[in-house]
Design a protein around this ligand. Structure first.
Ligand code: G3P
Length: 496
């Protein structure tokens, strides 16, 4: 059970503590923030409402710890990361339980998230040892007017304190994808988990605590964004921000100072289906991509753009699969579970109402109970409908019938988002031309969009983000280049 056994230290009464300087503490605010279970819509957990002074303490402590950590040998950093990965995986059950209760992630997927995170930590440790153990050597005669009098040595050094802000939909995995590269690269971490998902994140932090990382190197504050959000992101002690979430990321990037930013915001991932596509394969991927975790993924398929000639057959195949999706509580491993908050469900409902008024074809009846929304495919969607452009982050998927491939590419590129896209066709040449034309960070050929495998580059264009993720890219973003130039005497100098 969450909060017991291995984790009893991290809770006081019914309120989870925050983590500072290697210790689990209560906030001096005396206040807590409730975490509402999306299924029962009742308070399930409480976390500390940290104060700005406590944020200062966490950042100060992380700053001090980082100085020593930067001098710790890479193999030693990697050893601790491997240890944390093992502890994390050993505790997959209690952490997954938190994910089920806080964010209504289906039980099986919750376990997968924790295991995937452990694997990510281990891969990151290995990758870091390799790429950070290398530097470059340059000779000046490659540049005019310099002869061979200058020799340049470069290496990668850490940035300092990395602020990690993961989203509710992967509070463990998308925290880990920031924490592990930051640590292997010699940085310290301040984690601000999302409110829904904070308890799973605190359990994950405790696994790092048990692995024996130096005190202060990892800190974790919880609380209301309105109280500590701006204070954290504008804090002069923060040297890099890695954020995944909604459009708050845009305001963070405007407020943050001159520091590296790694941001993944939303997406409106388009799925283009051509006449020569394998429609069974396309339908399977559309259902998986559009409805897994109830559509609450940045990389979910969020609009299907299908050639008119095959549209009816595709829609039929998709509907057959939608009918088989199970709907209910995450504990029962249902495919469709309640969306994270009541306001998220209301937002989805607003998009559905707009589509109804504008006469989209409803392939299923719209049904909602509390935060639980039944999967819905909307056919014959037109560009004047909100659902054609906005991301529902819920189990509702629009289909737009297109006359030409160009029309599909145009719709995709007219979006302010540019995360991923996918194309289904049996013609590889066409697929590559469409991929080149789509203004997205990644295009998947004959498969649904996805961030993983976790060492692949992952990035959004336009309002979908800045900076590339994936293990190797994250390690690079969380370091800076240090150069030392050795200057030899002028060429007139003779060696005697
Ligand atoms: O929604 C967050 C985004 O990173 C999705 O990840 O693994 O579901 O493609 P994934």
């Amino acid at each position: 059970m969450a909060g017991s056994g291995t984790f009893s230290e991290i809770i006081d009464g019914d309120v989870y503590k925050y983590y500072v300087d290697g210790q689990w503490n209560k906030s001096s605010s005396g206040k807590s923030v409730p975490i509402i279970n999306p299924t029962t819509r009742k308070t399930h957990y409480k976390v500390q409402a940290c104060t700005q002074e406590e944020v200062n303490n966490v950042i100060d402590s992380a700053k001090k710890a980082q100085k020593l950590w930067a001098k710790t040998p890479l193999w030693k950093r990697a050893e601790l990361l491997h240890k944390a990965a093992a502890i994390l995986k050993e505790n997959k059950a209690p952490i997954a339980e938190c994910l089920v209760k806080e964010i209504a992630k289906p039980a099986k997927d919750a376990v997968t998230e924790v295991v995937r995170s452990g694997d990510l930590v281990s891969y990151c440790a290995e990758e870091g040892v390799r790429i950070l153990g290398e530097g470059k050597f340059l000779v000046s005669d490659s540049f005019p007017g310099n002869d061979r009098t200058k020799y340049c040595l470069t290496s990668k050094i850490p940035l300092g304190v990395v602020l990690a802000i993961p989203p509710f939909n992967y509070p463990v995995n998308l925290a880990i994808s920031k924490i592990a590269p930051a640590l292997i690269a010699g940085n310290s971490i301040v984690l601000k988990p999302p409110t829904q998902g904070a308890v799973a994140a605190l359990h994950m932090v405790h696994c790092f605590h048990l692995a024996g990382f130096p005190k202060g190197l990892i800190g974790c504050v919880t609380g209301k964004g309105s109280e500590i959000g701006d204070f954290l992101t504008m804090h002069p002690g923060v040297n890099c921000i890695s954020f995944t979430g909604g459009d708050t990321g845009i305001s963070i990037s405007r407020k943050a100072g001159m520091i590296p930013l790694q941001m993944e915001l939303g997406g409106k991932d388009a799925c283009i289906v051509l006449e020569d596509a394998d429609l069974d394969l396309a339908a399977a991927n559309i259902v998986k991509g559009g409805f897994s975790y109830s559509g609450q993924r940045c990389t979910a398929v969020k609009v299907v753009l299908v050639m008119e000639k095959v549209a009816s057959s595709l829609v039929k195949k998709v509907n057959e699969k939608v009918a088989k999706l199970t709907v209910g509580p995450p504990e029962d491993n249902c495919d469709i579970t309640p969306v994270v908050t009541e306001s998220s469900a209301n937002f989805v409902e607003g998009l559905v109402k707009d589509a109804k008024e504008k006469k989209a074809t409803f392939c299923q009846e719209y049904k909602r109970e509390g935060n639980l929304i039944w999967p819905l495919l909307l056919d014959n969607v037109r560009p004047d409908m909100r659902i054609a452009w906005e991301e529902p982050f819920g189990p509702v998927l629009p289909v737009i019938r297109i006359k030409t491939v160009e029309e599909g590419i145009h719709h995709c590129n007219a979006s302010n988002f540019g995360l991923q896209g996918c194309v289904f066709t049996s013609d590889i040449n066409k697929a590559i031309m469409i991929s080149d034309a789509m203004e997205t960070g990644t295009v998947q050929i004959n498969s649904a969009p996805a961030r993983g495998p976790d060492h692949f580059p992952f990035q959004g264009l336009k309002d979908s983000g800045i900076g590339s993720q994936g293990i190797t890219n994250s390690i690079h973003i969380m370091t800076k280049v240090k150069t030392t130039v050795i200057n030899l005497p002028a060429p007139s100098y003779t060696m005697g």
